[in-house]
Design a protein around this ligand. Structure first.
Ligand code: PMP
Length: 395
């Protein structure tokens, strides 16, 4: 099979799951009205498939900061910080992340994907080991592959399995990077961080926590799972993204280890790519302030999440183990998931359709993400539509 034949075979396999003309992937959202509503074709739809957890994508402070930065600094940095120099805004944001986490320092990356690639491939290399949760995000898997380290997976959120695998490593445990996530992006469940910290200390390993989906969502000031659990000083490196609660694009790594700075000199995903545009940095800085002071947003977000989770589980949907801003219904077949997704769209609700192999254990998921700007009435409407479709499509 030549290279192009392989792509044709992949296309055939994809079309078997999702016939041409079914617009679940890459559906054009033609107008965005707010952080909760948009237009697709003739429909005014309710957005429940974003990661805009605090609903800040139209926050006036962020819009104004972005406008001002474009006017003053232009549309792009046109290069990497290593080669072209650092703008003051990039440095200021790094300081603000370090202050936010009360950590020694932070590094800003161009995306959250690159934050994981750059941090992981900077920390471990051939001969080292990465021990990762089996449900890890692709950026974690790709960072591990890029590093050349030996990759070992432990069962999802299973600290006992992690411990068993570390024990087997013997001396190598101290050259091991353990990686976990604050909230998992598919089923919305949280890592058993206290257990994982105990084990990493026992074996003298290093722990990296990706707070992509928990930043802004968990903890009093929104630091994430580290704040909710009070374990900030036990986690060695925290990565995260600007593309969810902060409503822009970019990523970061914070740490108390002074060695963090060395990543700037060795990490290709930091060095060989352009730095985020000035407007991105400016809106992120404004959003980080709103996030820190956003207790009321988190309260609203959790009220919404609990309202929908309760309604869907009472209806009979099979959900992740705990309520949260990510609420995903597992459906028995890709066809069932597609029918449910289409049914929701016909009722003007846009959610995420996740088909094999993207979800854990090859599941088919219809995934909602809730945000602080959804009103209780909107959430109630979504619950009613899910209930109606359960009876008509899934029963
Ligand atoms: N980590 C996790 C857990 C994610 O879910 C994502 C994005 N979905 C990323 C990292 C990458 O973030 P970004 O979109 O900024 O590249």
């Amino acid at each position: 099979m030549n290279l192009l034949d392989k792509l044709d075979a992949a296309a055939t396999a994809r079309k078997a799951l999702l016939p041409d003309g079914v617009g679940a992937f890459g559906i054009p959202i033609e107008e965005i009205y707010s952080s909760t509503e948009a237009r697709i074709g003739e429909r005014r739809i309710l957005l429940l498939g974003t990661n805009n957890y605090l609903g800040l994508s139209f926050a006036p402070e962020c819009l104004q900061a972005a406008h001002e930065a474009i006017d003053k600094e232009g549309t792009g940095t046109t290069g990497s910080r290593m080669a072209n120099g650092s703008y003051l805004g990039h440095r200021a944001l790094e300081q603000e992340f370090a202050d936010f986490y009360q950590c020694h320092a932070s590094i800003v990356f161009t995306t959250g994907y690159q934050a994981n690639l750059g941090t992981i491939s900077g920390l471990v290399g051939p001969g080292d080991v990465v021990l990762i949760d089996s449900d890890s995000h692709a950026s974690i898997y790709d960072g591990c592959t890029l590093s050349g380290a030996d990759i070992i997976r432990f069962r999802h959120n299973d600290a006992t399995d992690l411990e068993k695998r570390l024990r087997r490593l013997g001396e190598r445990a101290q050259n091991t990077l353990i990686i976990t996530e604050g909230i998992y992006s598919m089923l919305g469940d949280q890592a058993p961080l206290a257990d994982i910290v105990d084990i990493k200390k026992q074996y003298n390993s290093i722990l990296l926590l990706d707070e992509a989906h928990s930043l802004g969502v968990l903890g009093d000031t929104g630091q994430g799972l580290v704040e909710k659990t009070g374990l900030i000083n036990e986690v060695d490196f925290i990565t995260g993204t600007f593309s969810k609660s902060l409503c822009s694009i970019g990523g970061f790594c914070v740490s108390n280890h002074p060695q963090l700075d060395q990543l700037r000199y060795i990490s290709h995903p930091y060095i060989f790519t352009a730095s985020p545009s000035p407007s991105t940095i400016a809106s992120t800085r404004a959003a980080l302030k709103l996030l820190r002071n956003g207790k009321h947003l988190r309260r609203q977000l959790w009220n919404n999440a609990e309202q929908l989770y309760t309604k869907l589980s009472k209806t009979g949907y099979q959900l992740g183990p705990e309520p949260g801003p990510i609420i995903a219904a597992t459906v028995n077949s890709p066809q069932g998931a597609l029918a449910l997704w289409n049914g929701l769209l016909e009722h003007n609700i846009y959610v995420n359709l996740i088909l094999p192999p993207a979800a854990p254990e090859n599941k088919s998921l219809v995934r909602c993400s809730i945000n602080a700007a959804h009103t209780p009435e909107q959430i109630s409407y979504v619950g009613q539509v899910f209930a109606k479709l359960y009876n008509s499509i899934l029963e």
